[in-house]
Design a protein around this ligand. Structure first.
Ligand SMILES: Cc1cc2nc3c(=O)[nH]c(=O)nc-3n(C[C@H](O)[C@H](O)[C@H](O)COP(=O)(O)OP(=O)(O)OC[C@H]3O[C@@H](n4cnc5c(N)ncnc54)[C@H](O)[C@@H]3O)c2cc1C
Length: 412
């Protein structure tokens, strides 16, 4: 273990995306900053394991290229992004239907019109909603009256059919909320980013994002396997040392933040995720695959090696099954049972690689949902993380950057 310094300008607790963004912002103003991280690697919820030559992200995640913070904080070219096809493959009664964005995939527009996920009116409403969110900025979306996603979808006039066969599996999957209770503001912001950009995977796994940020900060400034046990104005405690700092940033996940700062907790969203290896892919498509019943437990899946071949060794294929809201029980068996109804008995020949049960995948974002929560707590204490903004990569990066700015302003 490296010896910790006894005094610095700023200490950031947590090397997730928010902590790394905050530390970089502070360091770019010439201030001394260290990051203390409890785990053995950077990234927090955005990490990737290597198992038998497969790249397994800790929970099925994608990078939305339209996230505004990526443009300023990340060297996107270095991530060597591999893109999903825009749209989705919806599985229902053993049949696959392609649903695409007709503006981006006009070739498949006719298939979309006939996909049995809802009426033509429903599909025209999707186009109208898409136009509206693309022509609204975040501030406008956030200023609207807030209600749950499912109530908002009904108010837009969508039928129960399209809510269950499309929105529940797509947005319930993205927001880790099968009941669609999440804020309509959050739903519209995600819909906007989905419409404006693409969904992507870095060639080297989702870990490439925090690892790039950590390198830019300087690995010598990051102390791994260093759990913070206490925070007080001007001093941070670990199991065996105390460090003084003019500013302290708590950039942990929300439950840990509440413990360190003794603040009230918001409920967590949980998520299960199962990875399988196959000799041949069940589809050659690069779409995310949706459960067209909306009942789950697998709400979405993907053949990740179709999108990013580097996720599997040559000649093999990687399939991910995402079970938002579920962490208990035999997730492997549940996934096989459901995917067999999509792709038949080949599913039984797949090799199980790993199951993840994530107890804090994200904070609940129920209406009324107000991101841009205060980051400066007074007495040199600051807080950031996806729970202070939106529960997403964008939210974590934005929160970290604005918290870093607040630290710099306080130390000037
Ligand atoms: C399954 C899943 C799917 C997701 N899908 C997407 C997606 O597709 N797109 C998207 O944009 N977002 C997605 N997200 C959300 C996104 O990953 C998070 O919002 C974001 O990574 C949160 O970053 P953070 O820095 O706020 O927190 P974290 O990543 O949780 O980082 C906090 C860090 O603090 C450390 N820490 C905690 N306690 C201490 C302590 N006492 N001392 C020192 N260190 C401590 C932790 O170890 C961790 O490294 C998904 C998340 C999950 C789990």
């Amino acid at each position: 273990m490296r010896v910790l310094p006894s005094q610095v300008d700023a200490i950031v607790i947590g090397a997730g995306l928010a902590g790394l963004a905050a530390a970089r912002q502070i360091s770019s103003h010439g201030l001394s900053v260290i990051v203390l991280e409890a785990q053995d690697g950077v990234g927090g919820r955005v990490r990737t394991d290597e198992v038998d030559g497969f790249l397994l992200d800790r929970g099925f995640q994608v990078l939305l290229t339209a996230y505004p913070e990526l443009k300023t904080q990340v060297n996107m070219a270095a991530l060597d992004l591999k893109m999903f096809s825009s749209g989705a493959l919806v599985m229902r009664n053993g049949r696959a239907s392609v649903v695409t964005d007709p503006f981006r995939e006009p070739r498949r527009a006719v298939a979309t019109v006939f996909a049995p996920i809802g009426s033509l009116t429903d599909k025209m409403r999707i186009a109208a909603l898409r136009w509206r969110v693309m022509h609204s900025d975040e501030a406008k979306i956030l200023s609207k009256q807030d209600i749950s996603t499912v109530v908002a979808l009904r108010a837009f006039g969508f039928s129960s059919k399209i809510i269950d066969r499309f929105f529940r599996s797509l947005f319930g999957g993205i927001q880790l909320d099968p009941d669609l209770r999440t804020s309509r503001r959050m739903f519209e912001i995600i819909f906007k980013y989905l419409s404006e950009g693409q969904s992507a995977l870095p060639t080297n796994g989702m870990r490439a994002l925090p690892e790039q940020m950590a390198k830019h900060l300087g690995l010598e400034n990051i102390y791994l396997n260093t759990r913070v046990t206490g925070v007080a104005p001007g001093v941070v405690s670990t199991a065996d040392s105390q460090i003084k700092a003019r500013a302290i940033v708590v950039a942990t996940d929300q439950p840990a933040s509440c413990e360190l700062l003794k603040t009230g907790e918001i409920a967590s969203r949980v998520a299960g995720c199962v990875y399988f290896a196959a000799d041949s892919p069940p589809t050659h498509e690069k779409f995310v695959v949706l459960d067209g019943t909306g009942k789950g437990p697998v709400l979405n899946a993907a053949v990740l090696s179709n999108i990013a071949p580097s996720y599997a060794p040559p000649g093999q294929h990687l399939i991910v099954a995402a079970l938002p809201g579920i962490i208990d029980g035999d997730l492997e068996a549940m996934s096989r049972d459901q995917l067999r109804t999509w792709w038949g008995p080949q599913v039984d020949a797949w090799r199980h690689l790993k199951t993840y049960r994530i107890t804090h995948a994200g904070p609940e974002q129920l209406p009324p949902f107000d991101p841009e929560q205060q980051v400066a707590l007074g007495d040199g204490l600051f807080v950031c993380g996806d729970h202070r903004d939106t529960g997403s990569i964008q939210g974590a990066l934005y929160s970290g950057r604005r918290c870093g700015d607040a630290v710099v302003a306080s130390l000037a």
